[in-house]
Design a protein around this ligand. Structure first.
Ligand SMILES: [Ca+2]
Ligand SMILES: [Ca+2]
Ligand SMILES: [Ca+2]
Length: 279
């Protein structure tokens, strides 16, 4: 008899009607998993699921269900395959770890907050198949090497471009060997980046990892303001056969420049070099 009386406690009372399935529970609580235990529902729960999640009842408890690519107690963290690189609080798809995704010459980039395929390191052009500015492939192996950022050299020179020299001869070029650099000076002049007379041109040697830069005496072989102006100067360090150097930088765009130290080289074992990047 007593046992029957006990079981009658589970019978829903009149006040609890209207709770739908949760007829055992008071308003503001629920027993959706029907285990006989009432727990807070989403309205009364203190859960904060943030702007990127919402409260749901799971296994009888109020819990945060996070939007895609979100995780964490309040759904504010990104999942392993998500990212919020633009910091707007919304996680989106991250680049897959599979590097094949974008195809050759391209690489996946999600640094803007969106996934996109961009040219691989050093590559540029519409098809990502040429070296981008400030990169060069003088050794022709198909990989574009970074020239290095043009170093700072006083406030007067507004333009700078790394030069790349490759000793393509079979012998070492000693200190003092004269290299010839052919560049489009007329283009610089046309764009108001250099003086017609070339007085603003300076070749500066920056030794890697060390000594203060030194301005190299240089000579102009022929005329300035040409599409193929030839500039000569001496190597400050020996260059082994096949070796490249980016220790030399051409500075320009100093409208008030006086004539630089220009010398006439008596001997010209000239070696053609390339300009690397810059305007
Ligand atoms: Ca329950
Ligand atoms: Ca984002
Ligand atoms: Ca290369």
């Amino acid at each position: 008899m007593g046992l029957l009386g006990c079981s009658s406690f589970k019978v829903p009372s009149a006040e609890d009607a209207g709770g739908g399935d949760n007829t055992d529970c008071e308003l503001g609580s629920q027993d959706e998993d029907s285990d006989g235990e009432c727990e807070e529902d989403c309205a009364t729960s203190a859960l904060d699921c943030g702007a990127t999640g919402s409260c749901v009842i799971e296994d009888g408890s109020a819990t945060c269900e996070c939007n895609e690519f979100h995780q964490g107690a309040d759904c504010s963290e990104c999942t392993d395959d998500g990212q919020d690189n633009d910091g707007n609080g919304e996680c989106a798809q991250a680049c897959p770890t599979d590097e094949e995704t974008c195809g050759s010459n391209y690489v996946c980039d999600d640094s803007t907050g969106d996934v996109e395929c961009v040219c691989s390191e050093g590559l540029g052009g519409p098809m990502c198949d040429s070296c981008r500015p400030a990169y060069h492939d003088d050794d022709g192996d198909g990989t574009c090497e970074f020239c290095g950022l043009a170093p700072a050299f006083g406030p007067n020179f507004k333009g700078a471009t790394r030069l790349v020299f490759t000793n393509t001869t079979a012998a070492e070029l000693p200190i003092g060997a004269i290299v010839e650099f052919v560049f489009d000076h007329a283009e610089l002049v046309t764009n108001n980046l250099s003086l017609e007379n070339g007085h603003d041109l300076r070749v500066v040697h920056f030794e890697m990892g060390g000594a203060a830069p030194s301005v190299e005496p240089h000579g102009i072989d022929g005329e300035t303001n040409q599409s193929e102006t030839r500039l000569l100067f001496e190597l400050r360090a020996a260059l082994a056969a096949g070796q490249s150097t980016t220790e030399y930088t051409l500075f320009f765009n100093y409208p008030e420049a006086d004539a630089p130290t220009v010398v006439t080289f008596s001997e010209t074992h000239s070696l053609t070099a390339n300009r690397c990047g810059g305007p």
